[in-house]
Design a protein around this ligand. Structure first.
Ligand SMILES: [Zn+2]
Ligand SMILES: [Zn+2]
Length: 279
């Protein structure tokens, strides 16, 4: 099983970081978690196109995590030689978001149906809204969910997927909480979006300070990883984005955790079977 960080940015535009999106590749499935800015481009760089996805799983409905779902839906539809249903799983609110996304695409869908004689229906989607503490099957995998604390964003979910002896938790945004601890416990790898409060506090923007309330610091992520006994902590969605050469500084903040700390850059890949990282 491989974890590929397709996008490691945040809402703050960055030329080198696509928006939040993580791909899990197993022997049987390609599962996309979140659909941030530029996700289809990064999928292409990883050698995939949307028709090859088993499904899309959303952690929450903040715009930075879902803004390019429209592109995944359209590209999945247009590139498929035969009608194919895109599965989309997410917390409550996902059906509404998909409905309005499809509504926003209605003119384009009409143009393409008019123009292409071999297209006789619009995009097919199958949306499942899932509760924390439950599971669902996608491809050959049972995926387990846990609530995250990203209030006032509610609900927000983390997901755990396994293949063989290895498992990975995609935690999305949020501060530490008991349900996240429970989901991460004993996993091989834990992917957490993180901020560095001391750096963010130097930026004179009240709106930016607000983000500190509902994202884990690097230290908090390291504590969660240590409590759970994971082998690897994967840092992503870093705010501010790490300055070149500052990677050791970030790792030092995670020193409470003694396992492998992976600094997220776009397309960094963690092989869960060998615990090796490639860039
Ligand atoms: Zn968020
Ligand atoms: Zn976010």
């Amino acid at each position: 099983m491989k974890l590929i960080l397709l996008g490691t940015g945040s809402p703050i535009p960055n030329p080198d970081r696509a928006g939040p999106a993580t791909l899990v590749r197993t022997n049987t499935d390609n599962i996309l978690f979140d659909c941030g800015r530029g996700v289809v481009m990064r999928l292409a760089k990883a050698g995939l196109v949307p028709p090859l996805l088993s499904g899309v799983v959303l952690t929450h409905l903040h715009s930075d995590h879902v803004c390019d779902l429209n592109d995944v839906i359209t590209t999945h539809w247009i590139m498929n030689p035969v009608p194919s249903t895109l599965r989309i799983i997410g917390p409550h609110g996902t059906k509404h978001f998909v409905d309005v996304t499809l509504a926003s695409l209605s003119l384009d869908i009409g143009y393409r149906l008019t123009h292409h004689a071999d297209l006789n229906q619009g995009p097919l989607v199958d949306v499942l809204e899932i509760d924390a503490g439950t599971s669902f099957t996608l491809g050959q995998h049972d995926i387990f969910t846990g609530a995250t604390d990203h209030r006032p964003v509610e609900p927000s979910l983390a997901y755990r997927i396994s293949e063989g002896a290895e498992s990975v938790v995609i935690a999305g945004d949020g501060v530490p909480c008991a349900s996240l601890d429970e989901l991460v416990f004993g996993a091989s790898a834990y992917v957490q979006t993180v901020v560095r409060p001391a750096l963010v506090q130097q930026i004179p923007s009240a709106r930016l300070q607000d983000i500190l309330e509902y994202h884990s610091s690097v230290e908090q992520a390291a504590d969660t990883a240590r409590r759970a006994g994971v082998k690897a902590l994967v840092l992503t969605h870093m705010v501010p984005p790490p300055a070149p050469g500052s990677e050791d500084e970030w790792r030092a903040l995670a020193s409470a955790f003694e396992g492998l700390v992976v600094m997220g850059d776009d397309l960094v890949t963690l092989d869960l079977d060998t615990m090796t990282v490639t860039t």
